[in-house]
Ligand binder design. Structure first.
Ligand SMILES: NC(=O)C1=CN([C@@H]2O[C@H](COP(=O)(O)OP(=O)(O)OC[C@H]3O[C@@H](n4cnc5c(N)ncnc54)[C@H](OP(=O)(O)O)[C@@H]3O)[C@@H](O)[C@H]2O)C=CC1
Ligand SMILES: O=C(O)C1=N[C@H](C(=O)O)C[C@H](O)C1
Length: 249
């Protein structure tokens, strides 16, 4: 396979689509073959890989279309998926290679490992876990995809799936906090690019692990690296831990 590849951009006119376009423009090993948004029908035969930051529903539809025609490979960055949409993407990945991550930054993908490690070490009977995230006022889903990945990492560290231990949002007369639950809090305002903190709190001390995104080109660079990686992979559902080589086969 030649070193040069052809990429499509889904959600091309959006904040992330434009950031991806700019990053691709700076590389000489990739050409943008198609750009598309809501209501447009792309010619996927022109692409080796499509980088998609759109909506959960659009990403799921794109994954099913790519699976039906046996390609192109996909890099999905959209967030806010339902459990049913998750399952349909997993099914599509039986036919096509897909990288999906709620966050394409290196820092967050390192943070995931740190959170899992801390959760494993800190006894759930003594240590409460809360995930706090802040984003710009235009974000439409909460908790963020990253917060959910961090919550999943914390749950995994304690030997659970997140859904077994996810705390319902606190509101009204909540009663005392239940040990072992993992809570989420979301803040929305102005132009905040993306802030994530995982708070471990015991009676005697707190431990906070945090990440701040300074510019969204960060996510675009990670997604383009994922595109270069996934275009030659077998069908399957991968994430940024695979792209970065953090998970051994
Ligand atoms: N994984 C990560 O690292 C990151 C993930 N994200 C996620 O990426 C997604 C997009 O974020 P952002 O760019 O800020 O959002 P924007 O709203 O700025 O952009 C979304 C774009 O998707 C387009 N779109 C909607 N439906 C379709 C469709 N069916 N096919 C193709 N395009 C479609 C919209 O077009 P139109 O305006 O015409 O409707 C719009 O151009 C969100 O889910 C966000 O949470 C964001 C940053 C980093
Ligand atoms: O919508 C955003 O902007 C972001 N979304 C992702 C998420 O939901 O975690 C990643 C990043 O924090 C920016």
């Amino acid at each position: 396979m030649s070193g040069i590849f052809h990429a499509g951009i889904s959600g091309a006119r959006g904040r992330m689509g434009r950031a991806v376009d700019q990053v691709l423009d700076e590389r000489d090993d990739v050409m943008v073959a198609v750009r598309f948004d809501w209501g447009e029908t792309p010619d996927l035969s022109l692409c080796d890989v499509v980088i998609d930051f759109s909506t959960a529903e659009a990403s799921m539809a794109l994954a099913e279309l790519a699976a039906e025609r046996g390609g192109p490979a996909l890099v999905i960055g959209s967030t806010g998926f339902t459990a049913e949409q998750d399952a349909r993407i997993l099914k599509a990945a039986e036919k096509v290679a897909i990288v999906r991550s709620g966050n394409y930054s290196l820092g967050v993908n390192i943070l995931i490992g740190l959170v899992e490690h801390a959760a494993l070490r800190l006894d759930a009977r003594d240590w409460d876990i809360e995930v706090i995230e802040a984003h710009h006022r235009l974000k439409v889903d909460a908790p963020s995809g990253t917060a959910l990945m961090l919550g999943e990492a914390a749950a995994n560290g304690r030997g659970h799936d997140l859904e077994e231990v996810r705390q319902k949002p606190y509101d009204g007369i909540t009663g005392e906090r239940e040990p072992g639950k993992i809570g989420f809090a979301s803040i929305r305002g102005g132009g905040i690019v993306g802030e994530h903190t995982v708070l471990f709190a015991s009676k005697d001390e707190t431990l906070t692990l945090s990440h701040s995104a300074i510019d969204r080109s960060l996510f675009a660079k990670g997604a383009v690296a994922a595109a270069a990686w996934v275009r030659t992979r077998r069908p399957g559902l991968y994430d940024m831990q695979d792209v970065l080589g953090f998970r051994q086969a």
